[in-house]
Design a binder for this molecule. Structure first.
Ligand code: SF4
Length: 407
């Protein structure tokens, strides 16, 4: 493994020959020491108490890009509702999305549903126990396949997430981007002997724990580390510059959302924005990245018969590289609007329009021109059961005083 030498001002450690350390394998007693520390200090998390491959897979998918505390809040309830692949495969994808609300990255919920169907149809409801078959399943990438293979079936696969990559890169003083395939290959070689010599699932969990709680991104807590004398970066004094940082500019985004209430029902829409919010129900929202003009112009373009009333409040939220300020206005009806009570996909509606369904089951008037947008009137209880964007949860809490995060 070559290291980049273009670091500008170099720390005292760079004067040493870190390149020779970077190519070395981990010391023979590394795994014993790491695992002893893990058994003593590892967190007692519900997915570490089970051997059920389905439950472990669910936890792995939930934990991607999501904090452990947030997952703890949802994991048990999701498993209660969907205890196995068969139940999930037979379930309604919207219900699965609703149970996923609050975890973000809802495409994972959709892909878990597709995965459950594939496991039932192709493997009789049981995950296959080899890495190639795992990787052939929809929604399973290299990390998830390695995690499931090692945690569930004891296969010697290194599950390289951000925590493991950072810890191993520091242990071996690898100063390159851990996302590069050449670096990942090197990390696998580095860990291969240790993985073969120890329970692979425990080894991965212990390395993840080290990265998550001790070998922290900005300020590694080396004094609490079980293996500081085995860490090349620590010995060279270069641990804080590994991995190299690529600062993503944070984008400030302004949104304006409308709360329209009539007879105890609120007007909600789905599909007005692409990407992570595509499948989630939201308030009608003008997103400054996607739409120009005023909120009233946006509502008019969508053919939603409302206009902006007084400002009710504002909320802050974030999605990946965006910091969003959303101003919430009361919506006033322009005219008697149709009585949307049942949502209906616009696939059945005329091209370029969105329809709800009237109380008597007849199609409502078009609710907007955006193909793929659904719209409807819902009570608070019905909204709580929808796959709901986090911004809508915050808006209801802030403006209506209703907590929709607990159902
Ligand atoms: S010594 Fe410090 S940098 Fe090295 S693995 Fe331990 S916590 Fe990370």
């Amino acid at each position: 493994m070559s290291r980049s030498d273009d670091q500008g001002s170099r720390s005292r450690g760079s004067e040493h020959d870190a390149g020779s350390l970077a190519g070395a394998s981990l010391p023979p007693d590394f795994g014993d020491r790491l695992l002893a520390w893990y058994r003593e200090n590892g967190r007692d998390l519900p997915w570490r108490r089970t051997h059920d491959p389905y439950a472990i897979l669910v936890s792995e998918l939930m934990l991607q890009q999501t904090r452990v505390e947030t997952v703890l809040d949802r994991y048990g309830r999701f498993l209660e509702r969907f205890p196995d692949f068969e139940t999930l495969a037979a379930g309604d994808v919207d219900e699965g999305l609703a149970e996923w609300s609050g975890l973000g990255y809802y495409r994972r919920a959709r892909s878990l549903h597709a995965l459950a169907r594939a496991v039932v149809e192709q493997h009789g409801g049981n995950l296959p126990e080899d890495i190639d078959s795992l990787r052939a399943l929809p929604g399973i990438g290299p990390y998830t396949a390695a995690a499931v293979a090692s945690l569930c079936f004891g296969l010697p696969e290194l599950a390289i997430d951000g925590n493991i990559a950072r810890a191993l890169c520091r242990l071996a003083a690898v100063e390159e981007d851990p996302k590069k395939s050449s670096v990942q290959r090197h990390l696998r070689e580095l860990a291969s002997e240790q993985l073969a010599a120890h329970p692979a699932g425990d080894f991965n969990q212990a390395l993840m724990e080290l990265g998550a709680r001790v070998c922290l991104p900005r300020s590694p807590r080396c004094k609490d580390c079980p293996v500081p004398d085995m860490c090349a970066a620590r010995c060279l004094g270069i641990e804080t510059r590994i991995p190299p940082t690529r600062r993503q500019p944070i984008l400030e985004v302004r949104e304006e959302a409308l709360i329209v209430e009539r007879d105890g029902r609120y007007f909600m829409v789905r599909g007005q924005r692409p990407g992570v919010l595509q499948d989630m129900w939201e308030l009608p929202t003008l997103d400054s990245r996607l739409e120009h003009g005023s909120l009233n112009e946006y509502l008019c373009r969508q053919d939603w018969p409302f206009e902006r009333g007084e400002l009710l409040g504002e909320i802050q939220h974030g999605i990946t590289d965006r910091r969003i300020t959303c101003f919430i206005y009361r919506g006033r009806a322009l005219a008697e609007s149709p009585e949307f009570t049942v949502r209906e996909s616009s696939e059945d509606a005329p091209q370029g329009s969105t329809r709800g369904t009237n109380r008597d089951g007849t199609p409502g008037e078009p609710a907007g021109p955006g193909a793929g947008i659904e719209a409807g009137w819902f009570t608070v209880g019905e909204i709580a059961a929808l796959p709901l964007a986090a911004s809508a949860q915050k808006a209801f809490a802030r403006v209506v005083g209703v907590d929709l995060t607990r159902r």
